[in-house]
Ligand binder design. Structure first.
Ligand SMILES: C[S@@+](CC[C@H](N)C(=O)[O-])C[C@H]1O[C@@H](n2cnc3c(N)ncnc32)[C@H](O)[C@@H]1O
Length: 338
């Protein structure tokens, strides 16, 4: 048993002095208060050493908006009008994203071939054993996912509300031999299955920069900061998408996915997930499995997802000195995290 949990059981007793404060800072109390605790618990185990999770860290079930981050006003939100949730996988659903499809080699109505068509991207399988899992065509892309949401006419059982319905697997935070804490599941996971969201404090770009500057090693702070920049566009008509994006800081407040380590050959991928189209600047970050993962295998994702210069830098002995060595152990390891 992880010693923080042990402390809960043996010294964290109602009536004892400091009980209320103790309870607030107790990781076990925090994860036990999650709505999904009975069905999909989070556990913490350490079979290797005496290390405990930092007392500065708290588990939260949802992200927390900083005071200066405004939610979208209700009158700007608009959902689909699908009366039957089944309709939310078809072209008529307003929530799905329009994508260009130039893969068609079918003859068009006017007799031409190879035209670009507009179609709607529905991210999930809706029937059979794969229901609720991400479709392969989407899983291999970096496309955002558009889901139905609170302003939609469809109900909570709509097949296009996978991330909204939340985590459906138990997660275990465990002590790895060489990379601090890591995460695994005690259940088998299927390719395309939703794992969890990356949670944290949603802060402005200016606040993120202040925190980077305050952090002992700025690069270390970057590990926990995720920019919500999937839709950033200097030419957007939405001014919130033109400027520097909001960021999610998971260092001190987050869920279990904050402990997921990097691998150069990962089994998870992170996707931007949008509810309302008016909320693109505050999109979710959702982890999905890119292959079947047997229970007990460590969950990992690629921290840079192929988009940085570290491979080039790793060849330069001068730059290597400032780089973090990757210990993912995969055959395709690039050698450095960044
Ligand atoms: C987001 S945290 C992941 C949880 C972390 N292991 C912990 O104990 O809190 C990222 C940090 O984990 C470590 N880490 C993650 N993946 C790694 C890897 N493949 N090789 C070496 N260190 C890694 C690095 O110290 C990195 O700064």
């Amino acid at each position: 048993m992880e010693s923080a949990t042990r402390q809960h059981f043996f010294s964290h007793i109602p009536g004892n002095e400091g009980f209320e404060t103790g309870k607030r800072h107790c990781h076990w109390c925090q994860i036990r208060s999650f709505q999904t605790h009975e069905q999909y618990p989070i556990t913490i185990v350490n079979d290797r050493d005496d290390e405990v999770l930092s007392p500065k860290f708290s588990f939260v079930e949802t992200s927390i908006r900083a005071r200066d981050v405004e939610p979208t006003r209700k009158e700007f939100l608009s959902g689909c009008e699908c009366v039957d949730g089944e309709d939310c996988q078809y072209n008529t659903c307003n929530c799905l994203q329009d994508v260009e499809d130039d893969s068609s080699d079918e003859e068009g109505a006017d007799g031409t071939y190879g035209e670009t068509y507009r179609k709607k991207a529905y991210a999930y399988h809706s029937h059979g054993v794969k229901a609720g899992r991400m479709r392969s065509e989407i899983l291999s892309t970096r496309n955002p996912i558009y889901e139905c949401h609170e302003s939609c006419a469809c109900g909570p059982d709509c097949p296009n509300r996978v991330v909204e319905r939340g985590r459906k697997i138990p997660l275990q935070i465990f002590r790895t031999p060489n990379r601090g804490w890591g995460v695994r599941s005690t259940s088998d996971i299927k390719r395309g299955q939703f794992i969890d969201k990356y949670m944290g404090e949603i802060i402005t770009a200016e606040e993120a920069d202040r925190r980077r500057a305050k952090s002992h090693i700025a690069q270390r702070k970057d590990v926990y900061l995720f920019a919500l920049d999937k839709f950033s566009d200097p030419d957007s008509f939405d001014e919130r998408l033109r400027g520097a994006p909001l960021e999610v800081d998971g260092e001190f407040m987050s869920g279990p996915s904050r402990f997921v380590n990097h691998s150069c050959e990962p089994n998870l991928r992170i996707f931007a997930r949008v509810g309302d189209h008016a909320d693109k600047h505050i999109h979710d970050l959702a982890f999905f499995a890119v292959r079947d993962i047997p229970r007990g295998e460590e969950l990992t994702f690629d921290y840079v997802d192929g988009v940085d210069d570290s491979e080039k830098d790793a060849l330069d002995p001068e730059k290597q000195k400032d780089m973090t060595r990757c210990l993912c152990g995969s055959k395709r390891c690039r050698g450095y995290l960044w």
